[in-house]
Write a protein that binds this ligand. Sequence first.
Ligand code: VG1
Ligand code: CO
Length: 544
Amino acid sequence: MAIRSIATRPFDDQRPGTAGLRKKVRIFQQPHYLENFLQSVFNAAGDFSGATLVAGGDGRYWNREALSVLFRVAAGNGVGRIIVGRHGLLSTPAASHLIRLHEAAGGFLLTASHNPGGPDGDFGVKFDTANGGQAPESLTEAAWRASLEIEAYHVADMPEPELDRLGLQQAGDLQIEVVDPVADYADLMESLFDFPRIRKLLGNGRFRMRFDGLNAITGPYAMEILEHRLGAAPGTVVNAVPLPDFGGLHPDPNPVDAAHLVDWMTGPDAGDLAAASDGDGDRNMIVGRGMVVSPGDSLAVLAEHARRVPGYAGGLAGVARSMPTSRAVDRVAEALNIPCYETPTGWRYFCNLLDAGRVDLCGEESFGTSSSHAREKDGLWAVLFWLNLVAATERSVEELVHDHWQRFGRHAFARHDWFIPDSERAAVVMQTLQENPGRFDGTTLGDVHIERADSFAYHDPVDESVASGQGVRVFLADGSRVVFRLSGTGTQGATLRIYLEKYLPPDADHGGTGPELTAALGAFAAGLARVSELTGVARPAGVI
Ligand code: VG1
Ligand code: CO
């Protein structure tokens, strides 16, 4: 197999964000662009000679073409074997599991997650290390530095592998193993949850659920697990076929982009549970009758009742949440007398804690939850956890949430996303806030009293790395909190995220949605940061 070194010039925009490199499809399609980036990762990550990698994507537009480039660059860098999902498909959590199962050296996931797909949409590359988790910041930064110095990439001349045929095949010196993308993952789920009990619930003739694959990667997984293994009624899983443009749907499981599920669950014909996942299968939205479960509440309820689920019957070593995620789980951890860690946004920051056995359950406010069974967040896992809890406790989704609020109080939550076309003006907002957040300490604005404010820095207790400038936190005297940070997954302009959390004690009136209960806090936060004044943008583009 001939290996050629192709001379190239650096691109200056290949710095990975919160979860890999994400760009418009057309940017990725530029000659040498993807090759450069992949080579930069290989250069930064060390020697891969003879190594096994896992690869797959969420099926979005350009998946196959990008995989083909990956095979040639991987072989050009001496990779010995690639395990790939049939048709080039793999969900992000399933890939994490395969890396761990096969003790692979890492993996590449071709996905822009919840970002829109299609030729005018987004594409992306996440890369995982041998623990099945996304590359830590030290490696993504090293890959970025390598991308700025690259002079050549290495590609192998080899035949195109057949990705629709299961089994082992040889493409030049590279071994390709095409696997069923679903089977091992489904077995893992079966080992964690009480399938017989869930089967009884789903087959009792009364419980009605809907899982929406949003035409992205989770359809085949949900079909196998919910309808085939657990006997859910045919038609429970909708939009189950992954399509290159997601059939025009936006695979972002939240009350705005999946409003049709919320409508069903708040209408006269409401079922008992509705759920959805995102493009690459790592996010989840849980909807009970008349109520969207906020991700922070979901994490807290799962932690509270984890012992009811076979995979967690021994209890949790600890829990972790990303900094902007509501502090509901902190109260549960306190009651359980287990540690609760606060990490920067992005799943990669949980992985050291998981590897060290310090935590078993982690969550982010962006509809992401998972556990020590993988090193990625896991959408379907969360749905199965809820089903298991409903079956084991004989409480409905909404009852479990109300019980939780009555015991611990409610952390009402919402996120205001301000789309700011001019990234520099968005940066000014953050710089102004970050300059000396302590100046807000003890001040009163209108009827809001600020206790203290800071710029969040994370000291990883496992490898002692430090991540600073991870967002500005403002703590209010009534127990509420406001957080500001810039998104690291967008592909144009900037998105300023304002996270709003309002605490309602156990005996308070808990009625209302998160966005309703935090609206006034949102106006206060935007004023404090002078967002409109500094950016010219009048209002948030999205409230979730
Ligand atoms: C967003 C979320 C973050 C999540 C990340 C990747 O990042 O806020 O919690 O980990 O997306 O999710 P940002 O930087 O845009 O806020 V996924 O499902 O796109 O891999
Ligand atoms: Co995702």
